[in-house]
Design a protein around this ligand. Structure first.
Ligand SMILES: Cc1cc2nc3c(=O)[nH]c(=O)nc-3n(C[C@H](O)[C@H](O)[C@H](O)COP(=O)(O)OP(=O)(O)OC[C@H]3O[C@@H](n4cnc5c(N)ncnc54)[C@H](O)[C@@H]3O)c2cc1C
Length: 409
Protein backbone atom coordinates (compact mmCIF):
# COMPACT_ATOMS: atom_id res chain seq x y z
CA UNK A 1 0.00 0.00 0.00
CA UNK A 2 1.12 3.54 -0.77
CA UNK A 3 2.51 5.25 2.32
CA UNK A 4 2.39 8.87 1.11
CA UNK A 5 -0.78 10.92 0.97
CA UNK A 6 -1.75 14.54 0.59
CA UNK A 7 -4.13 14.19 3.51
CA UNK A 8 -4.43 11.72 6.37
CA UNK A 9 -7.48 11.85 8.58
CA UNK A 10 -7.62 10.16 11.98
CA UNK A 11 -11.17 9.01 12.69
CA UNK A 12 -13.90 7.84 10.30
CA UNK A 13 -16.78 9.50 12.15
CA UNK A 14 -19.03 12.29 10.97
CA UNK A 15 -16.38 15.02 10.77
CA UNK A 16 -13.60 12.79 9.43
CA UNK A 17 -15.69 11.37 6.57
CA UNK A 18 -16.94 14.83 5.59
CA UNK A 19 -13.36 16.16 5.52
CA UNK A 20 -12.25 13.14 3.48
CA UNK A 21 -14.87 13.36 0.75
CA UNK A 22 -14.52 17.14 0.45
CA UNK A 23 -10.73 16.90 0.05
CA UNK A 24 -10.89 13.93 -2.32
CA UNK A 25 -13.30 15.80 -4.60
CA UNK A 26 -10.47 18.33 -4.95
CA UNK A 27 -8.29 15.51 -6.30
CA UNK A 28 -6.33 15.13 -3.06
CA UNK A 29 -4.98 11.68 -2.19
CA UNK A 30 -6.76 10.93 1.07
CA UNK A 31 -6.29 8.17 3.67
CA UNK A 32 -8.63 7.76 6.65
CA UNK A 33 -7.34 5.73 9.59
CA UNK A 34 -10.09 4.45 11.90
CA UNK A 35 -9.30 2.84 15.23
CA UNK A 36 -12.37 0.64 15.52
CA UNK A 37 -13.60 -2.16 13.28
CA UNK A 38 -16.29 -0.04 11.59
CA UNK A 39 -16.74 3.52 10.34
CA UNK A 40 -19.31 5.91 11.77
CA UNK A 41 -20.54 3.96 14.79
CA UNK A 42 -22.04 7.08 16.40
CA UNK A 43 -23.83 7.96 13.17
CA UNK A 44 -25.45 4.52 13.21
CA UNK A 45 -26.63 4.88 16.83
CA UNK A 46 -27.73 8.50 16.46
CA UNK A 47 -31.29 9.70 16.80
CA UNK A 48 -32.47 6.32 18.08
CA UNK A 49 -31.29 4.69 14.83
CA UNK A 50 -32.87 7.34 12.60
CA UNK A 51 -30.10 9.99 12.88
CA UNK A 52 -31.16 13.53 13.62
CA UNK A 53 -28.67 14.60 10.96
CA UNK A 54 -29.25 18.35 11.07
CA UNK A 55 -31.62 21.11 12.09
CA UNK A 56 -33.32 23.64 9.82
CA UNK A 57 -32.55 26.43 12.27
CA UNK A 58 -28.83 26.59 13.08
CA UNK A 59 -27.36 29.65 14.79
CA UNK A 60 -24.22 30.24 16.86
CA UNK A 61 -26.56 30.49 19.89
CA UNK A 62 -27.18 26.74 19.57
CA UNK A 63 -23.55 26.03 20.51
CA UNK A 64 -21.44 26.32 23.65
CA UNK A 65 -17.77 27.26 23.50
CA UNK A 66 -15.32 29.47 25.40
CA UNK A 67 -15.27 31.47 22.15
CA UNK A 68 -18.93 31.68 21.05
CA UNK A 69 -17.93 33.31 17.73
CA UNK A 70 -15.58 30.52 16.64
CA UNK A 71 -18.24 28.28 15.07
CA UNK A 72 -19.85 31.02 12.93
CA UNK A 73 -17.58 30.96 9.90
CA UNK A 74 -17.76 27.19 9.33
CA UNK A 75 -21.51 27.10 9.99
CA UNK A 76 -21.96 29.77 7.30
CA UNK A 77 -19.69 27.95 4.87
CA UNK A 78 -21.60 24.66 5.08
CA UNK A 79 -25.24 25.12 6.05
CA UNK A 80 -28.07 22.66 6.79
CA UNK A 81 -29.29 23.30 3.20
CA UNK A 82 -25.95 22.05 1.87
CA UNK A 83 -26.28 18.81 3.81
CA UNK A 84 -29.95 18.43 2.86
CA UNK A 85 -28.93 18.79 -0.80
CA UNK A 86 -26.55 15.82 -0.39
CA UNK A 87 -29.26 13.80 1.35
CA UNK A 88 -31.71 14.54 -1.46
CA UNK A 89 -29.15 13.75 -4.19
CA UNK A 90 -28.81 10.32 -2.58
CA UNK A 91 -32.61 9.97 -2.50
CA UNK A 92 -32.67 9.43 1.25
CA UNK A 93 -36.14 9.77 2.73
CA UNK A 94 -36.25 12.15 5.66
CA UNK A 95 -38.79 13.95 7.79
CA UNK A 96 -38.99 17.09 9.88
CA UNK A 97 -39.88 16.52 13.52
CA UNK A 98 -40.48 19.08 16.25
CA UNK A 99 -38.02 21.93 16.80
CA UNK A 100 -37.03 21.80 13.09
CA UNK A 101 -35.09 18.56 13.63
CA UNK A 102 -34.51 16.42 10.51
CA UNK A 103 -34.43 12.62 10.82
CA UNK A 104 -34.07 9.72 8.37
CA UNK A 105 -37.34 7.90 7.76
CA UNK A 106 -35.68 4.51 7.27
CA UNK A 107 -32.39 4.28 9.09
CA UNK A 108 -29.29 6.23 10.07
CA UNK A 109 -27.44 3.70 7.90
CA UNK A 110 -28.61 5.83 4.96
CA UNK A 111 -26.46 8.74 6.16
CA UNK A 112 -23.39 6.59 6.77
CA UNK A 113 -23.79 4.84 3.38
CA UNK A 114 -24.12 8.22 1.68
CA UNK A 115 -20.83 9.43 3.21
CA UNK A 116 -19.04 6.16 2.47
CA UNK A 117 -20.22 6.05 -1.14
CA UNK A 118 -19.13 9.67 -1.71
CA UNK A 119 -15.74 8.75 -0.21
CA UNK A 120 -15.44 5.64 -2.41
CA UNK A 121 -16.50 7.52 -5.57
CA UNK A 122 -13.86 10.16 -5.02
CA UNK A 123 -11.08 7.67 -4.24
CA UNK A 124 -10.72 7.99 -0.45
CA UNK A 125 -8.89 5.03 1.11
CA UNK A 126 -10.18 3.94 4.52
CA UNK A 127 -8.41 1.55 6.88
CA UNK A 128 -10.35 0.26 9.89
CA UNK A 129 -8.72 -1.44 12.90
CA UNK A 130 -5.99 1.15 12.46
CA UNK A 131 -5.04 2.46 15.86
CA UNK A 132 -2.73 5.44 15.58
CA UNK A 133 -0.20 5.59 18.38
CA UNK A 134 2.11 8.43 17.43
CA UNK A 135 2.33 11.49 15.20
CA UNK A 136 5.60 13.20 14.30
CA UNK A 137 5.99 16.61 12.73
CA UNK A 138 8.99 16.54 10.37
CA UNK A 139 10.71 18.76 7.81
CA UNK A 140 12.06 17.55 4.45
CA UNK A 141 15.17 18.69 2.57
CA UNK A 142 13.27 21.59 1.00
CA UNK A 143 12.25 22.73 4.48
CA UNK A 144 8.67 21.64 3.89
CA UNK A 145 6.72 20.46 6.92
CA UNK A 146 5.10 17.04 6.72
CA UNK A 147 3.59 14.61 9.23
CA UNK A 148 4.42 10.99 9.95
CA UNK A 149 1.65 8.84 11.43
CA UNK A 150 2.58 5.63 13.22
CA UNK A 151 -0.34 3.21 13.29
CA UNK A 152 -0.99 -0.33 14.49
CA UNK A 153 -2.86 -2.24 11.81
CA UNK A 154 -4.78 -5.27 12.97
CA UNK A 155 -4.69 -7.35 9.80
CA UNK A 156 -6.48 -10.59 10.71
CA UNK A 157 -5.50 -10.08 14.35
CA UNK A 158 -1.83 -9.84 13.40
CA UNK A 159 -1.01 -6.37 14.69
CA UNK A 160 1.56 -4.66 12.46
CA UNK A 161 3.16 -1.29 12.81
CA UNK A 162 2.97 0.95 9.74
CA UNK A 163 3.99 4.50 9.15
CA UNK A 164 2.32 6.89 6.68
CA UNK A 165 3.26 10.38 5.58
CA UNK A 166 1.14 13.37 4.62
CA UNK A 167 1.22 17.11 4.04
CA UNK A 168 -2.01 17.68 5.97
CA UNK A 169 -3.06 15.76 9.04
CA UNK A 170 -6.65 16.07 10.27
CA UNK A 171 -7.58 15.02 13.80
CA UNK A 172 -11.22 13.87 13.76
CA UNK A 173 -11.05 11.43 16.65
CA UNK A 174 -14.14 12.78 18.42
CA UNK A 175 -14.52 12.97 22.16
CA UNK A 176 -14.84 10.88 25.30
CA UNK A 177 -18.50 9.92 25.33
CA UNK A 178 -19.46 6.24 24.93
CA UNK A 179 -16.09 4.45 24.62
CA UNK A 180 -17.80 1.43 23.00
CA UNK A 181 -18.77 3.68 20.06
CA UNK A 182 -15.21 4.97 19.61
CA UNK A 183 -15.08 7.64 22.31
CA UNK A 184 -11.40 8.40 22.86
CA UNK A 185 -9.10 10.94 24.44
CA UNK A 186 -6.49 10.57 21.69
CA UNK A 187 -7.22 13.94 20.09
CA UNK A 188 -6.76 15.73 23.40
CA UNK A 189 -3.44 14.02 24.09
CA UNK A 190 -2.22 14.93 20.63
CA UNK A 191 -3.37 18.53 21.07
CA UNK A 192 -1.31 18.77 24.27
CA UNK A 193 1.75 17.35 22.48
CA UNK A 194 1.41 20.17 19.95
CA UNK A 195 1.11 22.77 22.74
CA UNK A 196 -2.59 23.43 22.31
CA UNK A 197 -4.52 23.92 25.52
CA UNK A 198 -7.71 22.14 26.56
CA UNK A 199 -10.93 23.62 27.92
CA UNK A 200 -12.05 21.41 30.86
CA UNK A 201 -14.20 18.55 29.62
CA UNK A 202 -17.24 16.83 31.05
CA UNK A 203 -20.01 14.52 29.91
CA UNK A 204 -22.98 16.41 28.50
CA UNK A 205 -26.37 15.87 26.84
CA UNK A 206 -26.61 13.32 29.62
CA UNK A 207 -29.18 12.18 32.23
CA UNK A 208 -28.98 13.21 35.91
CA UNK A 209 -28.68 10.84 38.86
CA UNK A 210 -29.80 11.41 42.45
CA UNK A 211 -28.51 9.87 45.66
CA UNK A 212 -31.05 11.35 48.12
CA UNK A 213 -34.73 10.48 48.61
CA UNK A 214 -35.48 11.84 45.10
CA UNK A 215 -33.84 8.71 43.68
CA UNK A 216 -36.61 6.59 45.26
CA UNK A 217 -39.27 8.93 43.88
CA UNK A 218 -37.76 8.72 40.38
CA UNK A 219 -37.54 4.94 40.62
CA UNK A 220 -41.25 4.68 41.47
CA UNK A 221 -42.15 6.93 38.52
CA UNK A 222 -39.69 5.34 36.12
CA UNK A 223 -40.94 5.51 32.52
CA UNK A 224 -43.24 8.46 33.11
CA UNK A 225 -42.79 11.54 30.94
CA UNK A 226 -44.05 15.06 31.61
CA UNK A 227 -43.69 18.42 29.85
CA UNK A 228 -41.60 20.81 31.99
CA UNK A 229 -39.59 23.99 31.78
CA UNK A 230 -36.24 23.49 33.49
CA UNK A 231 -33.71 26.18 34.30
CA UNK A 232 -30.22 26.43 35.71
CA UNK A 233 -27.55 29.13 35.59
CA UNK A 234 -29.85 31.55 33.73
CA UNK A 235 -30.78 29.20 30.85
CA UNK A 236 -34.03 27.30 30.47
CA UNK A 237 -35.63 24.78 28.11
CA UNK A 238 -39.24 23.67 27.64
CA UNK A 239 -39.50 19.99 26.70
CA UNK A 240 -40.45 16.61 28.11
CA UNK A 241 -38.75 15.15 31.18
CA UNK A 242 -38.50 11.41 31.77
CA UNK A 243 -38.26 9.71 35.19
CA UNK A 244 -35.75 6.82 35.20
CA UNK A 245 -34.50 4.22 37.69
CA UNK A 246 -31.48 6.41 38.38
CA UNK A 247 -33.00 9.88 38.19
CA UNK A 248 -34.14 12.17 35.39
CA UNK A 249 -33.67 12.09 31.63
CA UNK A 250 -35.56 13.13 28.49
CA UNK A 251 -34.84 15.96 26.04
CA UNK A 252 -35.23 18.80 28.57
CA UNK A 253 -32.75 17.18 30.97
CA UNK A 254 -30.21 16.49 28.21
CA UNK A 255 -30.48 20.10 27.03
CA UNK A 256 -30.05 21.61 30.49
CA UNK A 257 -27.12 19.28 31.30
CA UNK A 258 -25.02 21.41 28.90
CA UNK A 259 -25.43 24.30 31.36
CA UNK A 260 -25.23 22.38 34.65
CA UNK A 261 -22.09 22.16 36.78
CA UNK A 262 -21.61 19.66 39.63
CA UNK A 263 -23.21 21.05 42.78
CA UNK A 264 -25.74 23.25 40.93
CA UNK A 265 -29.46 23.07 41.52
CA UNK A 266 -32.05 22.73 38.75
CA UNK A 267 -35.47 24.37 38.88
CA UNK A 268 -38.34 22.40 37.41
CA UNK A 269 -41.59 24.10 36.47
CA UNK A 270 -44.16 21.28 36.40
CA UNK A 271 -46.94 23.54 35.07
CA UNK A 272 -44.89 25.66 32.65
CA UNK A 273 -45.71 29.22 31.71
CA UNK A 274 -48.63 29.52 34.15
CA UNK A 275 -48.80 31.06 37.61
CA UNK A 276 -50.30 28.12 39.49
CA UNK A 277 -51.12 30.20 42.59
CA UNK A 278 -53.44 32.35 40.45
CA UNK A 279 -55.05 29.21 38.96
CA UNK A 280 -55.54 27.68 42.42
CA UNK A 281 -56.90 30.83 44.08
CA UNK A 282 -59.43 31.17 41.26
CA UNK A 283 -60.35 27.52 41.73
CA UNK A 284 -60.74 28.02 45.49
CA UNK A 285 -63.25 30.82 44.76
CA UNK A 286 -65.16 29.04 42.01
CA UNK A 287 -64.91 25.42 43.11
CA UNK A 288 -64.00 25.36 46.83
CA UNK A 289 -64.89 21.68 47.32
CA UNK A 290 -62.29 20.41 44.91
CA UNK A 291 -58.93 19.02 46.07
CA UNK A 292 -55.38 19.78 45.05
CA UNK A 293 -55.17 16.34 43.49
CA UNK A 294 -58.27 16.78 41.32
CA UNK A 295 -57.03 20.09 39.99
CA UNK A 296 -53.51 18.78 39.31
CA UNK A 297 -54.81 15.61 37.66
CA UNK A 298 -56.31 17.81 34.94
CA UNK A 299 -52.77 18.56 33.74
CA UNK A 300 -50.20 16.25 35.33
CA UNK A 301 -50.04 12.42 35.18
CA UNK A 302 -51.98 10.90 38.09
CA UNK A 303 -49.05 8.78 39.30
CA UNK A 304 -46.86 11.87 39.59
CA UNK A 305 -49.51 13.77 41.55
CA UNK A 306 -49.94 10.83 43.96
CA UNK A 307 -46.20 10.58 44.63
CA UNK A 308 -45.73 14.33 44.99
CA UNK A 309 -48.54 14.72 47.48
CA UNK A 310 -47.30 11.86 49.67
CA UNK A 311 -43.89 13.45 49.56
CA UNK A 312 -44.56 17.17 49.86
CA UNK A 313 -48.08 17.90 51.20
CA UNK A 314 -49.38 14.74 52.97
CA UNK A 315 -51.42 16.80 55.45
CA UNK A 316 -53.44 18.54 52.73
CA UNK A 317 -53.99 15.41 50.69
CA UNK A 318 -57.58 14.80 51.79
CA UNK A 319 -58.62 18.42 52.31
CA UNK A 320 -60.72 20.55 49.99
CA UNK A 321 -59.23 23.81 48.75
CA UNK A 322 -61.60 25.68 51.09
CA UNK A 323 -60.01 23.89 54.06
CA UNK A 324 -56.43 24.76 53.05
CA UNK A 325 -54.98 28.14 54.10
CA UNK A 326 -53.99 30.57 51.35
CA UNK A 327 -50.48 30.51 52.76
CA UNK A 328 -50.21 26.73 52.23
CA UNK A 329 -51.76 26.96 48.75
CA UNK A 330 -49.16 29.56 47.88
CA UNK A 331 -46.38 27.35 49.22
CA UNK A 332 -47.55 24.25 47.33
CA UNK A 333 -48.16 26.06 44.04
CA UNK A 334 -44.81 27.84 44.28
CA UNK A 335 -43.24 24.44 44.77
CA UNK A 336 -44.96 23.07 41.65
CA UNK A 337 -43.82 26.06 39.59
CA UNK A 338 -40.31 25.85 40.99
CA UNK A 339 -39.38 22.33 42.13
CA UNK A 340 -35.74 22.71 43.12
CA UNK A 341 -33.55 19.62 42.98
CA UNK A 342 -29.82 19.02 43.31
CA UNK A 343 -28.60 16.19 41.05
CA UNK A 344 -25.82 14.14 42.65
CA UNK A 345 -24.09 13.64 39.30
CA UNK A 346 -24.70 12.92 35.64
CA UNK A 347 -24.60 9.38 34.23
CA UNK A 348 -21.17 10.33 32.82
CA UNK A 349 -19.45 9.36 29.59
CA UNK A 350 -21.10 5.94 29.61
CA UNK A 351 -24.35 7.40 28.26
CA UNK A 352 -23.50 11.03 27.37
CA UNK A 353 -24.18 12.03 23.76
CA UNK A 354 -21.34 14.54 23.77
CA UNK A 355 -18.32 15.92 25.63
CA UNK A 356 -18.48 19.56 26.62
CA UNK A 357 -15.18 21.47 26.32
CA UNK A 358 -12.21 20.15 24.36
CA UNK A 359 -9.37 21.60 22.29
CA UNK A 360 -9.20 25.34 22.91
CA UNK A 361 -10.16 27.16 19.70
CA UNK A 362 -7.85 30.14 20.41
CA UNK A 363 -5.03 28.59 18.40
CA UNK A 364 -7.25 27.26 15.59
CA UNK A 365 -8.18 29.19 12.44
CA UNK A 366 -11.99 29.40 12.48
CA UNK A 367 -12.23 29.44 8.66
CA UNK A 368 -10.07 26.38 8.01
CA UNK A 369 -9.73 24.48 11.35
CA UNK A 370 -5.94 24.57 10.87
CA UNK A 371 -3.79 25.09 13.97
CA UNK A 372 -2.15 28.50 13.87
CA UNK A 373 1.27 27.31 14.99
CA UNK A 374 1.52 24.01 13.11
CA UNK A 375 0.81 24.44 9.39
CA UNK A 376 -0.89 21.34 7.99
CA UNK A 377 -2.34 20.16 11.33
CA UNK A 378 -6.14 20.41 11.58
CA UNK A 379 -8.76 19.58 14.25
CA UNK A 380 -12.42 19.04 13.27
CA UNK A 381 -15.66 17.94 14.92
CA UNK A 382 -16.36 17.20 18.54
CA UNK A 383 -12.72 17.11 19.66
CA UNK A 384 -12.84 20.92 19.49
CA UNK A 385 -14.39 23.05 22.20
CA UNK A 386 -17.68 23.44 20.32
CA UNK A 387 -20.75 21.64 21.68
CA UNK A 388 -24.22 21.86 20.22
CA UNK A 389 -27.65 21.70 21.78
CA UNK A 390 -29.66 18.53 21.33
CA UNK A 391 -31.43 18.50 17.95
CA UNK A 392 -29.00 17.80 15.10
CA UNK A 393 -26.58 20.61 15.97
CA UNK A 394 -23.63 18.38 16.85
CA UNK A 395 -23.77 16.69 13.46
CA UNK A 396 -24.13 20.04 11.71
CA UNK A 397 -20.94 21.15 13.48
CA UNK A 398 -19.19 17.93 12.37
CA UNK A 399 -20.30 18.44 8.72
CA UNK A 400 -19.44 22.17 8.71
CA UNK A 401 -16.03 21.93 10.39
CA UNK A 402 -15.12 18.88 8.27
CA UNK A 403 -16.15 20.61 5.06
CA UNK A 404 -14.20 23.78 5.97
CA UNK A 405 -11.03 21.77 6.55
CA UNK A 406 -11.66 19.62 3.46
CA UNK A 407 -11.60 22.73 1.26
CA UNK A 408 -8.04 23.68 2.22
CA UNK A 409 -6.12 20.53 3.25
C1 LIG B 1 -25.86 7.64 21.21
C2 LIG B 1 -25.59 8.93 20.52
C3 LIG B 1 -26.58 9.50 19.74
C4 LIG B 1 -26.35 10.74 19.10
N1 LIG B 1 -27.33 11.26 18.31
C5 LIG B 1 -27.11 12.44 17.67
C6 LIG B 1 -28.07 12.98 16.78
O1 LIG B 1 -29.12 12.36 16.49
N2 LIG B 1 -27.82 14.20 16.20
C7 LIG B 1 -26.64 14.88 16.44
O2 LIG B 1 -26.45 15.97 15.89
N3 LIG B 1 -25.68 14.37 17.25
C8 LIG B 1 -25.89 13.17 17.85
N4 LIG B 1 -24.90 12.64 18.65
C9 LIG B 1 -23.61 13.35 18.75
C10 LIG B 1 -22.78 13.05 17.48
O3 LIG B 1 -22.78 11.66 17.26
C11 LIG B 1 -21.34 13.54 17.65
O4 LIG B 1 -21.32 14.88 18.03
C12 LIG B 1 -20.59 13.37 16.32
O5 LIG B 1 -20.56 12.01 15.96
C13 LIG B 1 -19.17 13.89 16.43
O6 LIG B 1 -18.51 13.62 15.22
P1 LIG B 1 -16.92 13.41 15.17
O7 LIG B 1 -16.61 12.97 13.81
O8 LIG B 1 -16.24 14.60 15.74
O9 LIG B 1 -16.66 12.21 16.21
P2 LIG B 1 -17.12 10.69 16.10
O10 LIG B 1 -18.34 10.58 15.26
O11 LIG B 1 -17.18 10.20 17.49
O12 LIG B 1 -15.94 9.97 15.31
C14 LIG B 1 -14.65 9.84 15.85
C15 LIG B 1 -14.03 8.60 15.24
O13 LIG B 1 -12.65 8.58 15.58
C16 LIG B 1 -12.29 7.25 15.91
N5 LIG B 1 -11.05 7.30 16.72
C17 LIG B 1 -10.90 7.61 18.02
N6 LIG B 1 -9.60 7.56 18.37
C18 LIG B 1 -8.91 7.22 17.25
C19 LIG B 1 -7.52 7.02 16.95
N7 LIG B 1 -6.57 7.12 17.87
N8 LIG B 1 -7.18 6.68 15.69
C20 LIG B 1 -8.10 6.53 14.71
N9 LIG B 1 -9.45 6.71 14.95
C21 LIG B 1 -9.83 7.06 16.20
C22 LIG B 1 -13.51 6.72 16.63
O14 LIG B 1 -13.54 5.29 16.63
C23 LIG B 1 -14.63 7.32 15.79
O15 LIG B 1 -15.01 6.50 14.71
C24 LIG B 1 -25.12 11.42 19.28
C25 LIG B 1 -24.12 10.83 20.07
C26 LIG B 1 -24.34 9.60 20.68
C27 LIG B 1 -23.24 9.00 21.51
Amino acid sequence: MNKEFDVIILGAGAAGLMTALTAAKRQKRVLVLEKSNKEGKKILMSGGGKSNFTNLYVEAENFLSENPHFCKSALNRFTPDDFIRMVEEHQIDYEQKKHQQLFCINSSKDILNMLLSECADSGVEILTNADTKRVNKLTNEENKIYYEVVTHLDAKKLAKKASFQCDSLVIATGALSIPSLGGSGFGYELAKEFNLTLIPRRASLVPFMFSDEIKGLCEKLSGLSVMTRISTNGTNFLESMLFTHRGLSGPVILQISNYWNPGDEININLWPDNDLSEIFFNEKNNNPKTTIKKKLNSYLPKALVTELEDFYWPNEKNLTLAEISNERILKITNFLNNWTLKPAATEGYRTAEVTLGGVNTDLINSKTMETKEHPGLFFVGEVLDVTGHLGGYNFQWAWASGYSAGLVV
